[in-house]
Design a protein around this ligand. Sequence first.
Ligand SMILES: Cc1cc2nc3c(=O)[nH]c(=O)nc-3n(C[C@H](O)[C@H](O)[C@H](O)COP(=O)(O)OP(=O)(O)OC[C@H]3O[C@@H](n4cnc5c(N)ncnc54)[C@H](O)[C@@H]3O)c2cc1C
Length: 498
Amino acid sequence: MTSHTTRTESAYDVVLIGGGVMSATLGALLKLLQPDWSIGMFGRLDDVAKESSNAWNNAGTGHSALCELNYTPSRADGTIDISKAVGVNEAFQLSRQFWAYLVESGVIASPRAFLNPIPHMSFVWGDENCDYLRRRYEALKDHPLFSGMRFSTDPAQLAQWMPLVMEGRTAGPKLAATWIASGTDVNFGALTHLLVNFLSGQPGFDLKLSHEVEDLKQDASGAWRVSVRDLTTNATVPVAARFVFIGAGGGALPLLQKTGIPESKGVGGFPVSGQFLRCTNPDIVARHHAKVYGKASVGAPPMSVPHLDTRVIDGREGLLFGPYAGFSTKFLKQGSLWDLPKSIRMDNLGAMLAVARDNMPLTRYLVQQVLQSNETRLNALRDFVPNARAEDWELITAGQRVQVIKKDEKKGGVLQFGTEVITGANGTVAALLGASPGASTAVSIMLTVIRKCFAGELPRWDAKLKEMIPSYGGPLADRPELCAHVHDWTTRALQLEG
Ligand SMILES: Cc1cc2nc3c(=O)[nH]c(=O)nc-3n(C[C@H](O)[C@H](O)[C@H](O)COP(=O)(O)OP(=O)(O)OC[C@H]3O[C@@H](n4cnc5c(N)ncnc54)[C@H](O)[C@@H]3O)c2cc1C
């Protein structure tokens, strides 16, 4: 559609593209660090948190590697590498501290509106997996960030921890589980709303919904000219900004490509969609109170680890099982089927073809997932809930993830499963690509954006950052006293006593 009108230009210090948890977190951090800066947030839908950050579009796990086995690989000598798990947990501790600060300073009235204590469990079967889980437990149990973890192979203990999972189980392979009370369920949609509500009450903040960013270019002065379409009137709204954060979720890659910055060259995206089975039958929901993570099947990408989760959304508990992977060429749940084809450029074609060539197990896995019947889905659920009945579970479509593809000198291209912050033009633009470990580590990711793009401001901001996030600047694991203090303070402030 062509534009009918062009409005006069709005100018901001900071433009946030996207109304998800990432833009909201960066906006809140910047407003608290520099209250006099003007911030404009632009979202293409009619409300914030309608894509991946929406409560039912993700699993709501406060990822801190308490239960996700993909963060603790076994080495060839049988020892467990916990370095990735420690890193993910450290990142979640930054989120916990910032959220605790927001509660104590009155920005968020009640933590229970978005965060609830739910035990995290790992659950495996078969001798080899049980042995792995025991070794993992031994490697983690004395680490200060994982204290309180318990391990058992005793069916009676497992039935106490997860009655629904143990009901109807007859003699079969050996079972083992770990359990830790300090796990959480996070409603990232509610958190996004709370952060945007706070921002909306601050001077110099504009929220523009139903406004789609179509283009952005840097002018000779270094300012960004952002072309925005008001989807209600179809008018083009010219916007200028000193700094732009592309927090458009799956929609970040096309916008990054439009910036033309050298750092955007050779980057591609591979969309993976997700589905969950949801149960809201109160009799069944009442028999499960945990997030239970299993082991990924061969060829499955790390984010496809099956898990059975208690969710707490708007004060009501429900259950969620999945994810089942799917494939769509859309980059956003409410995106276009042209998203993937339009993202293919001469500069990323080689990397994308190399990834297609080198990831046959993933392709096979996705084809098998897409073609599976309802009965196959139910059978996967029955590994966790043996007595599951089809009528108690409905299939829902979750958010869309776009995995990052990057050029690689040796392989031509590699597919990444983590998140990647890409910055350029002397730190005046940053884009967030990828989706794992995701929203849980939003604060850590946004501190990376701040470090990369606002290095000149950091000396002035240091004291405020340490007030909000006492462990800012170094790992907690090396500072046991601070670690204990942060644990106690955030547990109290966030009402996570359980
Ligand atoms: C199936 C699934 C399960 C997940 N489970 C977990 C989990 O258990 N724990 C966890 O921590 N994380 C999880 N995640 C990841 C988490 O959901 C994401 O990391 C997080 O929500 C991303 O937030 P975001 O703000 O970057 O993107 P989004 O929430 O997707 O927001 C993007 C925003 O940008 C807007 N937008 C897009 N294009 C434009 C444009 N051109 N102009 C203006 N606005 C635009 C969209 O409308 C939207 O408002 C999961 C994700 C999926 C898909």
